[in-house]
Design a binder for this molecule. Structure first.
Ligand code: SF4
Length: 734
């Protein structure tokens, strides 16, 4: 290493929400190698195939190096300063002509914490619009509303160390072996060293996770609601309720049932809780006997009782994991509530090895979107509806409190519908690729291309989203700039700039500051590129004072390989809501201080069918998702040769019986037709996963085969998160 000049530097991985610690080898100003960081508490030196090849994503041949502006219909290179002038000028003109709510910013769970913070400050504090959203709305909003309705505070109570203490892992619709591979390795390692360990895969298709699990249970789409209620029913019937925990720490609530699916424009719904009690809750569950639920879900009554026995066994510690399968769900908030119910009924929560654990997909879905609060209703550590939160934000941001609008505006789907209607005229899109990832894509692509719309896109490569842009700003990515990410376990990880960005590429943070300066808000943002991240972090940290949500000082982030918040008096809080581990918890045991009654809420939430189900005309279920090798919409990993060669294009997985019936084999072509459109692709039978009979699975990473052309834009009415996992499709042989 000395002879070649190679030096190794710490950084979190750029890709998924696991947040592995990496060591990146730098030689002659270029990132040339990666290995897992053995000192990382997350991955202990391991890495997945995306992490190992991650630095190659910096060096794709078509990396954006200069700004572009659309002139005579074509994007042409222009100096960055000209593009930034045009963006600022267009913002001013649009606001003058159409009002402050005619402009918007749409970011990402891949925004660093400083990126999201300056975006929220410019739009909510300076421009006075709540038109701030992020693609994390599409991947974990139901987890947020689930946590808030059950506990009053967002994010998991436990941490990855739970894996080292648990006996049973129940995975709810989560192909963890491919989506959170290094974390799944920790489960396998636990099983290797702790013989009682059981991994149960509860899913709608057979995946690599199912093959590695001790038990695989398949269920019909959407019926996880009924399964969770049935497990609760059986826990009560078997006398497995932890009575003293429930009496001291739980309250029972009922919600609405007469709610829709977000298919209509202007659809709004407010979740309201009606008190009930244990007897009322038990009576509600009478509809969910194993025999009744077995016929609805396809899961045998014996397996339903088996699941209840695992949750209810006082001698086994249980962790439930989930991600998109439960969150991308038209009843996403409800199914989150229902899994919390199980842990609360048996008191298996907030202690090492016991807990419900919602995983995130993106590296900073928690750190940026949830903690900074880059969603329409959010402020850092507060919501716009709350006067005290607005006052605090106005004081820290040094803006008049009247600037901060007390009403949320548009969630993500609504924001793109507003682009369609003309209520929004200008949108700045950073670090995400909505022209691949929006459901019912054609509607929103047509909206963005309408006359009178102005789209600015900041990215690192050309994508279908830069194709619809009026201005493209080249971004510095990951270790080409300084920043922080926050992973699934509340761990904030800082990273330094290690290499120079190409051409005129600039971090999203600095792009926003440059536009703010051109709009007359320069005095609100740090101006020194050498110290701006430290200044932003320390300003942001003022929002998070106190033992319930404190964040570590910048200097501490520099010294440690990540810090789990709440950080209080020099210590991380690994398990919240218990006095032994959480300094904010009052008393001697549990204290669910997020709720005014200091109790966690068990919700009676019913099973309801999906808005679109297979019928005679469209007889299959369509489910979309990811593969191990590709990150998100593939814009980076498809430029990494080894990953691209491994999975060069999207495909449609079919059950072998369905393939035989249709007369197709792997490698042959089929057409998928839904009520929204059709597309052709190659069949894959038993190549990686196996859908149940009557189901099709298609990964969404391939911009040449946009499966979201045909998906449905129905969403959970509480979280506003769309359901990408279920719609009805017809399969035709080509
Ligand atoms: Fe990166 Fe996720 Fe792989 Fe870890 S598991 S190396 S964070 S992509």
């Amino acid at each position: 290493a000395a002879a070649s000049g190679l030096t190794w530097h710490k950084t979190p991985c750029r890709f998924c929400g696991v947040g592995c610690g990496l060591l990146v080898g730098i030689d002659s100003g270029r990132a040339v190698a990666v290995k897992g960081d053995p000192a990382s508490a997350v991955n202990k030196g391991l890495c997945c195939v995306k992490g190992y090849h991650s630095v190659q994503a910096l060096y794709g041949k078509d990396r954006l190096r200069s700004a572009q502006m659309r002139k005579n219909g074509r994007l042409v290179d222009v100096p960055l300063s000209e593009a930034l002038d045009a963006v600022a000028d267009h913002f001013k003109k649009t606001i003058a002509a159409h009002g402050k709510d005619s402009v918007a910013i749409y970011g990402s769970g891949q925004w660093t914490i400083p990126d999201g913070y300056v975006a929220a400050k410019l739009f909510k504090g300076c421009l006075g619009t709540n038109n701030v959203e992020a693609n994390a709305r599409l991947c974990m909003a139901s987890a947020v509303t689930g946590f808030l309705t059950s506990f009053g505070l967002d994010e998991p109570m436990g941490c990855y160390e739970d894996i080292d203490h648990a006996d049973v892992f129940i995975l709810w619709g989560n192909n963890m072996a491919e989506m959170h591979p290094v974390l799944f390795s920790r489960l396998l390692e636990r099983r290797q060293h702790h013989k009682r360990t059981l991994i149960v895969d509860l899913a709608t298709r057979t995946t690599r996770t199912s093959f590695a699990a001790d038990k695989s249970i398949l269920f019909e789409p959407q019926t996880d609601l009924a399964i969770a209620n049935c497990i609760a029913y059986q826990i009560i019937k078997d006398g497995r309720v932890n009575r003293s925990f429930v009496e001291k720490h739980v309250a029972f609530k009922k919600g609405h049932t007469d709610i829709g699916y977000g298919l209509e424009d202007g659809f709004h719904f407010k979740d309201e809780a009606t008190p009930t009690d244990f007897a009322g809750y038990a009576a509600f569950l009478e509809d969910y006997t194993p025999e009744k639920v077995a016929s609805l879900t396809g899961v045998s009554a014996a397996d339903l009782r088996y699941l209840a026995a695992l949750y209810g066994d006082p001698n086994r510690k249980v962790v439930s994991f989930w991600c998109m399968g439960m969150n991308q769900h038209t009843r996403g908030t409800w199914i989150n509530n229902l899994v919390y119910n199980l842990h609360l009924l048996v008191g298996k929560i907030s202690r090492p090895g016991n807990g419900p654990f919602s995983l995130t997909g993106q590296p900073s879905a928690c750190g940026t979107v949830r903690e900074v609060g880059t969603l329409t209703h959010k402020l850092p550590h507060g919501v716009v509806m709350n006067e005290a939160a607005r006052k605090k934000a106005a004081e820290i941001w040094q803006v008049p409190v009247e600037n901060i609008d007390p009403k949320p505006s548009h969630h993500t789907v609504s924001m793109f519908r507003a682009l369609d209607s003309g209520a929004i005229r200008m949108m700045w899109i950073q670090v995400t690729n909505p022209m691949v990832t929006m459901p019912k894509l054609k509607r929103y692509r047509d909206a963005a291309k309408k006359e009178g719309r102005f789209i600015v896109v900041s990215d690192v490569y050309p994508t279908p989203t830069t194709d619809i842009a009026d201005v493209v700003l080249p971004s510095a990515m990951w270790i080409e700039r300084e920043g922080m990410y926050g992973n699934s376990e509340r761990r904030t990880q800082h990273f330094q700039q290690l290499v120079e960005p190409p051409g005129e590429a600039m971090s999203d943070t600095l792009q926003i500051i440059e536009v703010a300066r051109r709009m007359g808000f320069g005095d609100k943002f740090p101006q020194d590129p050498k110290t701006h991240i430290r200044e932003i972090w320390e300003e942001y940290r003022r929002f998070h004072d106190g033992p319930k949500h404190g964040m570590a000082p910048y200097e501490v982030l520099l010294q440690r390989p990540g810090v789990i918040w709440p950080f209080h008096e020099g210590r991380e809080t690994k398990w919240r809501y218990h006095a032994e581990t959480d300094p904010a918890a009052k008393g001697s045991s549990f204290d669910f201080y997020g709720k005014p009654d200091h109790r966690a809420w068990i919700w009676a939430r019913p099973y309801e069918p999906a808005p679109e189900v297979p019928d005679r005309e469209y007889p299959f279920w369509l489910c979309t998702g990811r593969v191990l090798e590709h990150w998100h919409s593939g814009s980076m990993t498809r430029r990494i040769p080894v990953l691209h060669r491994a999975v060069p294009e999207a495909y449609a997985e079919l059950h072998p019986d369905d393939a035989t019936r249709l007369g197709v084999r792997s490698g042959e072509r089929i057409r998928l037709v839904t009520r929204r459109g059709s597309l052709e692709m190659t069949v894959a039978v038993d190549q990686r996963g196996r859908p149940a009979r009557g189901h099709v699975f298609v990964p969404f990473f391939d911009e040449a085969l946009l499966i979201n052309e045909v998906t449905l834009d129905a969403y959970c009415p509480i979280s506003k998160q769309p359901d990408y996992k279920k719609c009805a499709v017809k399969v035709e042989r080509v």
